[in-house]
Design a protein around this ligand. Structure first.
Ligand SMILES: [Zn+2]
Length: 92
């Protein structure tokens, strides 16, 4: 597969998910309720997005600490920060 086509497919798949969707779906991801392709898209987004990787790490840390998924999925300030980073990333 040539590089350009591969990039387009990457863009297509990754472009289907926004940071907002990723942060909202992170508990489902961790609970393993995603389909295969949902997982692929999710992981592709994580691969490109430092903000969402950090968010996922924080959630995992929270789970280790509390022993369960947080009841409040995303504090508004965290969501804002992610969206801000995402906009910057899009510009770059
Ligand atoms: Zn993201």
């Amino acid at each position: 597969m040539d590089g350009t086509v591969k990039e387009k497919i990457m863009d297509y798949l990754a472009g289907k998910l926004t940071c907002k969707e990723v942060t909202e779906a992170v508990t489902e991801y961790l609970e393993g309720t995603f389909t295969f392709w949902e997982r692929v898209r999710f992981q592709m987004h994580l691969g490109m997005c430092v903000g969402c990787r950090n968010y996922l790490r924080q959630i995992k840390q929270t789970i280790r600490t509390l022993g369960k998924l947080p009841t409040e999925p995303i504090p508004p300030d965290v969501r804002e920060e992610l969206l801000r980073r995402f906009r910057n990333w899009k510009k770059g």
